[in-house]
Design a protein around this ligand. Structure first.
Ligand SMILES: NC(=O)c1ccc[n+]([C@@H]2O[C@H](COP(=O)([O-])OP(=O)(O)OC[C@H]3O[C@@H](n4cnc5c(N)ncnc54)[C@H](OP(=O)(O)O)[C@@H]3O)[C@@H](O)[C@H]2O)c1
Length: 207
């Protein structure tokens, strides 16, 4: 089974870990391992807790469940070479008024530049963390928008998304993150700015 490491156990990392525990060979890590161990103890057995270096070494897929700036730091880790790296970030400005980067680049492409030998895949950025706590039956048709240049890596992340209880909407190469990240920002605007709450997610309809 493909070993997946989640680096960062905040709202998103925990949500994804809860969905994947028992369904994937899962390694959890963050900068404070005591809190990671406490959280792992709440999950079904079989989840491994390792420091960030060891987690990256152990995994074929590394999910950076970190704020964009922290993800960029971790992306520079040389051991990520050859690994599938999943970027879930929305590079929002500190005051949440908009995205800090976009149009001619994206967080995913900047992380790819920081980790040139890794296989970057954009995923999950349009899914609010609280959505992971809903029953999987309720999210089976909620799309996770994927973008990546390496088709085999995207196919592996598709399997991970399915295991986590979501549908997949493939958007093409990594430059599509320039479009998916503003979609994540629109979701934030709907959820918080326009008061619709976080039990929402964008979907694409064929009419
Ligand atoms: N929340 C959402 O609904 C949502 C939805 C879609 C996408 N996203 C994206 O998902 C990512 C994570 O969001 P989140 O809501 O889970 O954030 P969060 O709850 O603030 O958790 C962030 C995690 O990153 C760790 N971290 C922060 N700075 C770090 C650093 N310099 N080095 C190592 N670890 C560091 C934190 O560790 P400590 O616990 O030690 O502070 C924490 O585990 C973000 O990029 C966000 O844009 C979030």
């Amino acid at each position: 089974m493909t070993t997946t490491a989640i680096i960062g156990l905040g709202n998103m990392g925990k949500g994804l870990a809860k969905r994947l525990a028992g369904k994937a060979d899962l390694v959890l890590s963050s900068r404070n391992l005591d809190t990671v161990r406490s959280f792992a103890a709440t999950l079904p057995a079989g989840v491994t807790v390792l420091d960030i270096d060891a987690a990256i070494d152990a995994a074929e897929i590394v999910v950076l469940a970190l704020p964009y700036d922290a993800a960029k730091e971790v992306a520079a880790h040389p051991a990520l070479a050859g690994k599938i790296v999943v970027d879930i970030s929305n590079p929002v400005k500190p005051d949440f008024s908009g995205l800090a980067i976009g149009h001619t680049t994206s967080a995913a492409e900047e992380l790819q530049a920081a980790a040139p030998a890794a296989k970057l895949v954009k995923a999950y950025n349009t899914v609010f963390a609280s959505v992971f706590d809903l029953p999987a039956t309720q999210t089976a048709k909620v799309p996770v928008f994927l973008a990546g240049n390496d088709e085999a890596a995207v196919a592996e992340v598709e399997k991970l998304v399915a295991a986590s209880g979501f549908a997949v909407e493939k958007t093409g190469g990594l430059d599509a993150a320039r479009l998916i990240e503003p979609l994540g920002m629109l979701n934030i605007r709907f959820g918080y700015g326009l008061g619709r709450g976080t039990a929402i997610a964008p979907t694409w309809q064929t009419l």
